[in-house]
Write a protein that binds this ligand. Structure first.
Ligand code: PAN
Ligand code: ZN
Length: 193
């Protein structure tokens, strides 16, 4: 087989201090207005949005599409903070293709990886710098930053996986992660009552 331009090896350089790599193909910002429906305290979200629309997290992205394969590298950097008492988090999603897993590697900060099946089986992984998690197919996944600094993780998955946000927008995850006396606590998500 003759090699096409996209069939050649590519490397990028990760900066552990900043929590980003370069060069990247795309940087996506998720602001509070993009996530307003995910937090419990809708009133607080609306009040904040009258004044400002902060970036909650960013995704640095590189898609490796060759003649015969597809692989994506994504680095997500979640800022520290809360909306009311609920910690900043990713939107969360299922993969649109039901046979597609993913690897997440926490390289900075501390938090939790929430995973849940469509039937409501729920699992939490405690994350510190260095935790690597395998997300099996069929599990929705969300990352919550409970630390005082940024939480950064590296993701590797197939472009073919796709993203399905609809079930998570509709019903969230079965538990929410909130600050209670300065510590992370899990509470039931009222959307599920
Ligand atoms: C990740 C996520 C990324 C942002 O690359 O897409 O962390 O989270 P949301 O997509 O939920 O906003 C991934 O899981 N890709 O499949
Ligand atoms: Zn994913």
């Amino acid at each position: 087989m003759n090699l096409a331009k996209e069939d050649y090896p590519v490397s990028v350089q990760f900066d552990f201090e900043k929590g980003e790599f370069s060069p990247y193909q795309k940087r996506v910002e998720r602001k509070l207005s993009d996530l307003s429906m995910m937090f419990q305290a809708k009133g607080i979200v609306d009040k904040m949005l009258e004044k400002e629309d902060p970036v909650i997290y960013e995704i640095f992205y590189y898609g490796y599409q060759t003649s015969i394969s597809d692989m994506a590298l994504g680095v997500t950097r979640i800022q520290p903070g809360t909306i009311g008492d609920e910690y900043f988090m990713t939107k969360g999603h299922f993969h649109a293709a039901h046979d597609q897993p993913e690897i997440y590697f926490c390289v900075k900060g501390e938090g939790y990886l929430l995973q849940e099946t469509i039937k409501g089986e729920f699992q939490v992984e405690k994350w510190t710098k260095g935790t690597i998690s395998h997300i099996p197919p069929m599990w929705a996944h969300r990352v919550v930053n409970v630390g005082t600094g940024a939480l950064v993780f590296v993701a590797s998955y197939h472009l073919a996986a796709g993203h399905d946000y609809k079930p998570v927008v509709k019903r969230g995850f079965s538990k929410r992660v909130v600050a209670e006396n300065g510590k992370a606590a899990f509470i039931m998500n009222k959307q599920r009552e």
